[in-house]
Ligand binder design. Structure first.
Ligand code: COA
Length: 352
């Protein structure tokens, strides 16, 4: 071997030794990190257990005697719960059953806040883009009675609902407070769309088809309004958690949110009545001589959507009023955390 190439080998080996050392300390830190994460999770579980017991005791305390103390303790407990929620956001979480079945046992938690924000933002954009596509497909199907186009459309719906139910489950693992009903709604919508895929092309389908397409067109319009509201909330919540963004306050956020909800709710309830009307029309169609099981099944699903959506949406308002204090504590804790993190990052930078 010639000398220059030998020298290069030596240099490469030295570089490799360095890599081994760095990798060694990386693995050590990784083990330390996993240990710290486990310890934090154990602390959180312990805190939650004891808070649960304390809540029971507080409920039994005689209010007339200790009114002030009971109120103070209740407030402290609520504050601690908000703090635990913020800490939990920085730790990995176990996937739930549905995700485990679909994706297997992989860790889908983001530990970085910016990544979480991006994922949620992408999810909202993904929903909007697919509803724009669904909107045009519905209109095309309304004007062209072409079976392959109909099958393509409902196949697209099956794929869409399946995908968003997975994305929502990933969001939940990462601390999103999406109500279980909405995820279930999207799983049931996957089933519902699959039914249209196998519904035979007979008289019942011909009679229901245009109502189904108009319902979907209306749904796409609602989704646009929901997108505007959810994206607005997402960016405002992000700004609220950052202390330097003083142009947004908790009160300001609430007033924007109530305005948004007041505008959105009437459109949502019209949509729910559309679902009820679909259920009734399908129920009547189920007595048609050519009716197959798809008609009754679809009617039952629309009725379930009507009931589930109406109850969940009606509950949004009292829930928001009840959780107002909790929301404030969460935002305040988040701000405090961001300040501490910024300071730690600055100290680390100066040390380097
Ligand atoms: N789908 C997915 N996520 C939803 C959701 C929905 N329908 N409704 C709320 N969320 C999410 C929010 O983005 C929030 O996420 P985050 O914790 O990651 O920030 C979380 O759930 C908690 O939301 P919440 O505070 O309870 O409500 P909100 O103010 O965000 O939204 C509504 C309230 C009523 C506007 C919303 O629930 C909604 O649009 N519901 C109607 C959905 C519907 O009926 N679809 C069918 C149309 S026919």
């Amino acid at each position: 071997m010639s000398d220059p190439i030998w020298e290069e080998w030596q240099e490469l080996s030295k570089d490799y030794n360095e890599l081994e050392t760095v990798n060694g300390s990386y693995l050590k830190k990784l083990a330390e990190l996993t240990n710290l994460q486990q310890t934090c999770l154990k602390h959180i579980a312990r805190q939650r257990n004891r808070l649960k017991m304390m809540k029971k005791i507080v409920k039994q305390l005689k209010r007339e005697v200790n009114a002030d103390k009971v109120a103070e303790l209740k407030n402290y407990i609520m504050k601690r719960e908000a703090e635990l929620q913020v800490i939990e956001q920085t730790l990995p979480k176990q996937s739930r059953k549905y995700l485990k079945i679909v994706l297997g046992s992989i860790d889908v938690s983001f530990l970085n806040k910016e990544d979480k924000f991006k994922y949620k933002d992408e999810y909202e954009k993904f929903k909007l883009i697919n509803h724009v596509i669904a909107f045009f497909l519905s209109i095309l199907n309304l004007y062209y009675d072409f079976r392959p186009l109909q099958l393509f459309y409902v196949g697209f719906l099956v794929w869409y609902y399946c995908t968003i139910s997975i994305r929502e489950s990933i969001l939940k693992v990462n601390g999103s407070r999406i109500k279980g009903w909405w995820t279930l709604h999207h799983v049931l919508s996957t089933v519902g769309s699959a039914i249209y895929l196998v519904w035979p092309e007979n008289e019942t389908w011909s009679q229901f088809k245009s109502q189904f397409l108009w319902y979907n067109i209306y749904n796409c319009l609602i989704q646009y309004l929901q997108f505007k509201y959810q994206r607005g909330a997402l960016y405002r919540l992000k700004a609220l958690g950052e202390r330097d963004k003083m142009d947004i306050t908790i009160e300001g956020f609430h007033s924007w949110m109530w305005k948004g909800l007041t505008f959105l709710l009437p459109f949502l309830f019209i949509g729910y009545f559309f679902q009820l009307s679909n259920a009734i029309v399908l129920y009547k169609l189920s007595y048609h001589p050519q009716a197959t099981w798809h008609v009754m099944f679809s009617s039952a699903l629309f009725f379930i959507f009507f009931v589930g959506n109406t109850i969940t949406t009606i509950m949004v308002v009292p829930n928001k009023i009840r959780e107002k204090m909790m929301f404030q504590y969460r935002v305040m804790t988040q701000r405090l955390y961001n300040v501490v993190n910024e300071k730690v990052a600055k100290i680390n930078l100066q040390r380097k």
